[in-house]
Design a protein around this ligand. Structure first.
Ligand code: HEC
Length: 129
């Protein structure tokens, strides 16, 4: 039979260990999820999801490469993405990479244009290998 003094001290130190971990999370570093530097990353990863869901049937999963039907689109400006995706048009004076006009307009993506162009801009910055 164990006496209660065997359990006492070790039980208490485990408790203070949990407390110490909990207190560490009060530090500012636990709380910076909505500070500025993480924002563009969120937009880029949201854009990556939207691109995967709506664009890779024709464009390459890596936007810097030529897709099965669609051309490379990495580095496309927001203006170009908005015109092509929402209205099936091109910005004034822009020379399309392909003049096939196969890509349909997808006006339901209006609220995702910022995310899409952030993703494509980031893919363009990465450059070609
Ligand atoms: C049905 C196939 C298809 C889908 C889906 C598609 N595209 Fe395209 N895209 C094309 C083709 C083909 C072109 C070349 C021009 C044309 O034929 O319309 C193109 C052209 C573009 C261009 C212009 C490239 C340039 O510089 O001339 C952009 C930007 C673009 N697509 C972005 C997107 C984005 C973003 C999505 C997803 C929201 C998407 N496309 C979905 C087929 C597609």
């Amino acid at each position: 039979m164990r006496s209660s003094s065997d359990i006492g001290p070790s039980g208490r130190s485990a408790y203070s260990c949990v407390l110490a971990v909990a207190l560490l999370c009060v530090a500012p570093s636990c709380n910076d999820s909505d500070s500025d530097p993480s924002r563009p990353v969120d937009l880029v990863s949201r854009g990556a999801e939207v691109y995967k869901a709506n664009c890779v049937v024709c464009h390459h999963p890596d936007p810097a490469r030529e897709g099965s039907v669609g051309p490379a689109v990495a580095g496309s400006s927001r203006e170009l993405v908005a015109a092509r995706v929402l209205a099936r048009e091109y910005p004034a004076g822009y020379t399309p990479k392909k003049d096939s006009m196969l890509m349909p307009a997808m006006p339901f993506l209006e609220s995702e244009i910022d995310a899409l162009s952030a993703f494509l801009a980031a893919a363009g910055d990465r450059g070609q290998p």
